[in-house]
Design a binder for this molecule. Structure first.
Ligand code: B1M
Length: 210
């Protein structure tokens, strides 16, 4: 489908308005928000990731691509969030300290909202105290941590240990995710679940609520 190729290309080139326009166009043609997300936006960002890794693209270009992706996500957001699902639980979610990647985390947050969770999104670069404060304030059922760097994912353990020290570990389920995170890593740091992607994250979160 030409539309997806065009969308991926424009995302790669950081063309925000175009990506937004194509997102609307794809929805207008009857594609579901999930299809637009997967075949257009995420597929485009995958290509960016490869070229970033290979030194073809640099931070400024990747940042523009990320902003283009966010423009598309903003259009999908109301569709993903407002499904009319009944409230089933509360989640606090954030990217861990030292890490400013937020696209995947925001996607998880949106899909959780769509599934009926109240989501408190702490944003990026959260230290353990931020998570602890949010837990005390919101008493969530689940806390979710995202990390995209091999250098920041160990911080998940710092947060989980801090929960233990505060006597809060048994009050919440802990879910971790992000590109470098694995099931094995999740177990090793004492998390309750590993969300491979946003859809899996939602399924696991729902299972906790049963
Ligand atoms: Co960064 N970056 N980046 N970057 N960046 C990666 C992660 C990298 C893999 C690229 C590469 O080299 N191939 C690499 C990490 C290498 C490593 O650690 N092994 C990397 C690097 C090195 C860096 C910098 C250090 C570069 C530099 O400065 N020299 C720097 C670090 C900054 C920092 O955080 N301190 C940096 C900066 C940036 C930008 C700012 C330019 C930008 C981020 C913009 C933003 O987020 N607002 C950026 C981007 C965009 C990427 C790539 C290209 C794309 C990430 C993304 O948004 N993917 C990325 C390449 C890659 O991942 N292959 C890369 C789309 C998103 C939908 O997927 O986030 O994986 P993802 O989320 C998925 C799942 O992982 C899961 O669900 C999501 C949806 O299915 N998931 C969860 C995520 N969180 C979850 C939480 C859950 C459950 C599931 O439960 C709580």
């Amino acid at each position: 489908e030409d539309l997806w190729l065009q969308m991926q290309d424009d995302l790669y080139d950081g063309m925000k308005e175009e990506v937004a326009a194509q997102t609307r166009e794809a929805l207008g043609r009857g594609f579901s928000p999930q299809e637009v997300l997967g075949l257009g936006l995420v597929a485009g960002m995958d290509i960016v990731g490869v070229d970033f890794r290979d030194g073809v693209l640099f931070v400024p270009e990747v940042l523009m691509a990320a902003n283009a992706m966010k423009a598309g996500m903003e259009i999908l957001r109301p569709l993903l969030v407002e499904t009319g699902a009944a409230r089933i639980g509360t989640m606090v979610i954030g990217t861990v300290k030292g890490d400013i990647h937020d696209i995947g985390k925001n996607l998880v947050a949106m899909m959780m909202e769509g599934a009926g969770f109240e989501v408190i999104n702490l944003g990026i670069n959260n230290d353990a105290d931020k998570f602890l404060e949010a837990i005390k304030q919101h008493q969530p059922d689940i806390i979710g941590m995202s990390a995209l760097l091999t250098t920041t994912m160990p911080y998940m353990k710092v947060v989980i240990d801090a929960l233990g020290e505060e006597g809060l570990r048994d009050t919440v389920y802990v879910m971790v995710g992000g590109a470098p995170v694995t099931e094995t890593f999740a177990k090793a740091v004492g998390a309750d679940a590993y969300g491979r992607d946003a859809a899996v994250a939602v399924e696991l979160a729902k299972a906790f609520m049963n």
